[in-house]
Every structure is written in structure tokens, then in C-alpha cells.
Design a protein around this ligand. Structure first.
Ligand code: SF4
Length: 328
């Protein structure tokens, strides 16, 4: 049904051995467990993202986001391979539909960097495979048949790992569907590999469909001078830019870090949209936090931001597939 058919479009990967050499002191090395973890979920680094880490800090939040640890081999009884209930909401391969008016198109399984907490780590069927051209076209045909739909969300994996020409083709097909009124693009490429974003790419994403770009920043140190350049390209093309953040233990689970993140995003003209409670992802237990603690952190964040434009909505995506609901 599906094959791995593409090479990834983006900056070259840094070899894992080089990442380990940079981040490990000799006596802390535990390569066998780390390698086993990378067999369960792929690993990939860009030099840009690696350079954001302070190698002297073993608890560095950027390191935690993307560096495999032996803890990934642990599992807990309440973890689910499909933690937000996508498989039962998939009427067509590589489509997820939880609402009548919108659907997610899973364009690829690839990412420029693989986040160790990712809820789609079993994408989409336990195998890390991309849709073939034929399977993707069948998914687009489904979107064309479903006249209740108004919005399509390009997701994955990261859709911006696809070549520009492929993205232009997909966006062109969607723009030709008369009942669609908007397009959303979910991407972490501006965080992991901002060099991927240039005028040619933005032009490939441009169509008659009003298009919203939803980014995924988790920590204020992910905001750099490159962020401003990338956001300007989207905004100049008329694409509003939002952000979703996952609340993650050891990364951003305190109001000060989240306040700095939200204020920093707004200063870059990115509207903080969602703060997601972490999902019960197998192997990601070290990122999980209790919901009561999450509510306390969000309460403090709300107080600090005065409920203003910088405040995202705190939501949870339950495993029954019913879709995001506000926490509390
Ligand atoms: S970039 Fe997104 S899809 Fe890719 S591993 Fe990270 S959270 Fe998952």
C-alpha cells in the first residue's frame, strides 16, 4: 500500500555518532540502550538544532526534546500506541477526520528532527512509511468527494520535508476542490531546519486558499534570529502564523519558561494558539506530567499574561478520538 519513496528535503543530517560525541562525557555513554531506542523511533538531527544545545548541561531542554535516552525503552500500562484516537477516525488511508468540516492529510512520516515525545511515533500503522503517490492521490480524491469539508490540514511527519514541486502539486489539487475554503499547514521545520524555508517554498504553498501556518515551538531558546526571517516570509505571503506547544516535563513545565516562550512568540508575530497536555505516548513517560499540575502551571501562566493575546488555550486530546477539549 505504501512505500518509502522520497529523500527528505532539507539540511543534511548530522550523524548520530557525532551527536553522541558532542553530548556525552565518556563515563555517561550508554550507546546500546540509545541505539535500541533509535530502532523504536528514528533519530535525525540538523546542525542548526544541535547548535542550540548547551553540551555542558545534561538537563538541557533542547537536548531532552530530541536526544534518545534509555528511558524510551520503558513502557507504562496506561500508554497507548494511538494516544489521541486517530486510527478509528481514519476513513481513508493517510486521512484523519475528527470533525465534519475538516480533515488532516498525513503527507509523510519524515521530520527534519524527531521529537522523542511525538504522539505520531507509530505513524500511521506501526510502520514508519510514507504514502505512495497513488495512495496520496486516493486520499485527495476522498477530500474532493466529501462536500462537508471546508478545511484541510497538511501534517505528517512534517509536510515541509517534501520537495517544493510535490507540495505545489498537493496544494494545487486542494485549491481545485470547490468546497474547501481554507488550508492549514502544521510544521516544525522553522524550529528544526529554518534554512528549509525560502521564497520558492512559500510560493509553492501559495494558492487561492486562505492558508494558515501552525508552528510548534516548545521552548524560548528555539526562537532565534532565523525565526523572524521565516515568519516574515509567511506573513508577506498573506499566511497568518500560529503556534502550538506541548507541555513537557523537563522542557517547559513551569510558568516562567512558558511565559518567556509565549511573549517571545508574540514578539515574532506568532500567535500562541494551543498548549497541549502531553499524550500517553509509549516510551515518552519521562515527559508526562499530572493534569492537576498542568492546571496549576496554566493558572499561573494565565495570571502572568493577564489572559491577553500571548495566552494559548490549554487543551487535551483524549484517546477516544473525539478531538481536543479545553482542560478544566
Ligand atoms: S516534528 Fe512533529 S511530527 Fe515530527 S517528530 Fe516532532 S512532533 Fe512528531
Amino acid at each position: 500500500m505504501a512505500t518509502s519513496r522520497r529523500t527528505l528535503t532539507g539540511s543534511p543530517a548530522v550523524p548520530l555518532a557525532e551527536v553522541v560525541d558532542r553530548l556525552e562525557t565518556g563515563k555517561n555513554r550508554d550507546d546500546s540502550a540509545r541505539l535500541e531506542a533509535t530502532r523504536r523511533f528514528p533519530v535525525r538531527w540538523t546542525r542548526y538544532y544541535l547548535d542550540l544545545i548547551d553540551p555542558a548541561d545534561p538537563a538541557d531542554p533542547i537536548r531532552r526534546i530530541a536526544y534518545p535516552e534509555a528511558a524510551e525503552l520503558e513502557s507504562h500500562p496506561d500508554e497507548l500506541a494511538d494516544p489521541v484516537g486517530e486510527r478509528d477516525r481514519s476513513p481513508q488511508p493517510y486521512i484523519v477526520r475528527k470533525h465534519a468540516d475538516r480533515a488532516i492529510l498525513l503527507t509523510t512520516s519524515r521530520c527534519h528532527v524527531y521529537c522523542r515525545f511525538c504522539f505520531r511515533r507509530s505513524f500511521p500503522d506501526g510502520e514508519h512509511r510514507d504514502p505512495s503517490v497513488e495512495v496520496l492521490d486516493a486520499a485527495i480524491d476522498y477530500l474532493a468527494r466529501e462536500t462537508d469539508l471546508r478545511e484541510v490540514i497538511l501534517s505528517g511527519g512534517d509536510p515541509l520535508t517534501l520537495p517544493d514541486d510535490e507540495l505545489r502539486r498537493i496544494v494545487g489539487c486542494l485549491a481545485g476542490i470547490p468546497h474547501l475554503t481554507q488550508l492549514r499547514i502544521h510544521t516544525r521545520a522553522p524550529v528544526h531546519d529554518p534554512a528549509r524555508i525560502d521564497r520558492r517554498l512559500v510560493e509553492a504553498l501559495t494558492s487561492k486558499l486562505p492558508t494558515w501556518v501552525v508552528l510548534h515551538f516548545n521552548h524560548p531558546r528555539e526562537i532565534t534570529s532565523e525565526t523572524r526571517r521565516v515568519v516574515s516570509l509567511f506573513l508577506e505571503a498573506g499566511m497568518p502564523v500560529l503556534n502550538q506547544t506541548v507541555l513537557l516535563a523537563g522542557v517547559n513545565d513551569d510558568a516562567s519558561t512558558l511565559e518567556a516562550l509565549c511573549r517571545g512568540l508574540l514578539a515574532q508575530r506568532i500567535k500562541p494558539y494551543y498548549l497541549h497536555h502531553p499524550d500517553r505516548v509509549p516510551g515518552a513517560g519521562s515527559f508526562y506530567i499530572d493534569i492537576e499540575r498542568g492546571k496549576r502551571i496554566y493558572g499561573e501562566l494565565t495570571r502572568r499574561l493577564g489572559g491577553g493575546l500571548a495566552l494559548p488555550a490549554y487543551v487535551i486530546d483524549p484517546p477516544d478520538g473525539s478531538g481536543k477539549v479545553p482542560v478544566g
